[in-house]
Write a protein that binds this ligand. Structure first.
Ligand SMILES: [Zn+2]
Length: 334
């Protein structure tokens, strides 16, 4: 399915640029620096930054488990964190709509504040249909495209801490390989769902990149941003669609109220069609730290598992990508 999509053509080139844009700074023998403090917004961005930073610093994620980034307002403690960081990374594409003032203040002070999506090729982005001209920000739902978010992280860290550049580059490249493995695995999982059941109904429209990449039709009850509310007629249309297509499961999301999904299940039941709540997906926030879904790879594997099982697909037999890599390979193992 993927090879027919033009946006994939530019991906291999962009992945290569990850290697090419970082200069070599191998000599860090006289390294007597303070550990870096890096601040990130969502769990997905923090996870990418943490992987690259490794043991040369700490990464503090502002938005934890179950937090909706569309609606998140920075607290006074977040402002202090951002203003005292060595580098700040956010997802961008208007995802963190209420963080703009804090970022502007940090930039005024000369701090490096960067969206990990800022230089992604426009051909990779989907449009927010409700707000023409705006991109859909949920880019992490396409694992291969999300691997490009490592590039600005490496570039900025190399500027902030040149002695660690080679280390950051190596960490990013190792992680990128894991992500590409995960991408292949998700494609196989979703592809195993019988085609007539390959329909993903979730609480809000966070899965359009997932749809494009892994070949599953998607319907979000709320729009791209959770700031828009679903109308009654939209709910009814979706119920009728599910009944007509005999879709067997719909899904809640950890960062969005399950209210609308419950209404859909009840609406279908009233028409004599039993649709189950297929499980909780992680859309805009990862799971709790220390749990399998508390990393980006684990979160996406969880989503793949839940969707595949509930819609009647077969799980692949190969091992989980998130199975701990050997300790000398994982910068977070120490
Ligand atoms: Zn969202």
């Amino acid at each position: 399915m993927k090879c027919s999509i033009p946006y994939k053509l530019s991906l291999s080139l962009l992945g290569f640029l990850l290697l090419a844009t970082t200069a070599s700074h191998a000599d860090d023998a006289k390294d007597v620096r303070e550990p870096l403090t890096v601040v990130a917004t969502t769990g997905m961005v923090a996870d990418a930054a943490r992987t690259v930073v490794g043991d040369r610093g700490v990464v503090i994620g502002i938005m934890g488990e179950g937090v909706d980034p569309h609606l998140y307002k920075p607290k006074a403690s977040d402002v202090r964190l951002v203003l005292s960081a060595d580098a700040v990374f956010y997802s961008g594409l208007k995802l963190e709509g209420r963080m703009g003032d804090v970022f502007a203040k940090a930039r005024e002070r000369g701090l490096p504040v960067h969206a990990v999506t800022a230089h992604m090729d426009e051909s990779l982005l989907l449009e927010d249909e409700e707000h023409p001209g705006d991109p859909d920000p949920h880019i992490w739902m396409d694992v291969e495209v999300w691997s490009l978010a490592l590039q600005p992280i490496v570039r900025v860290l190399c500027e902030v801490d040149p002695a660690g550049c080679e280390y950051y580059r190596a960490n990013a490249e190792r992680y990128r390989k894991r992500l590409l493995e995960l991408d292949v695995k998700l494609e196989a999982m979703i592809g195993s769902i019988p085609s007539e059941q390959r329909v993903l109904v979730t609480a809000h429209d966070a899965f359009r990149y997932f749809s494009r990449s892994y070949g599953i039709e998607v319907h979000g009850v709320q729009g791209i941003s959770t700031e828009s509310e679903a109308g009654l007629s939209e709910l009814n249309d979706l119920v009728n669609y599910l009944v007509k297509k005999k879709i067997r499961a719909v899904f809640i999301e950890s960062s969005v109220s399950p209210r609308n999904i419950q209404a859909i299940i009840e609406g279908a039941r009233a028409q004599g069609h039993e649709v189950v709540q297929g499980g909780q997906l992680y859309s805009d926030a990862m799971g709790a730290p220390g749990t399998p879904a508390g990393t980006y790879v684990g979160m996406m594997e969880h989503n793949g598992d839940v969707i595949t099982k509930a819609l009647g697909g077969k799980m692949p037999t190969n091992e989980a990508v998130s199975d701990s890599p050997s300790e000398d390979e994982d910068p977070r193992a120490s």
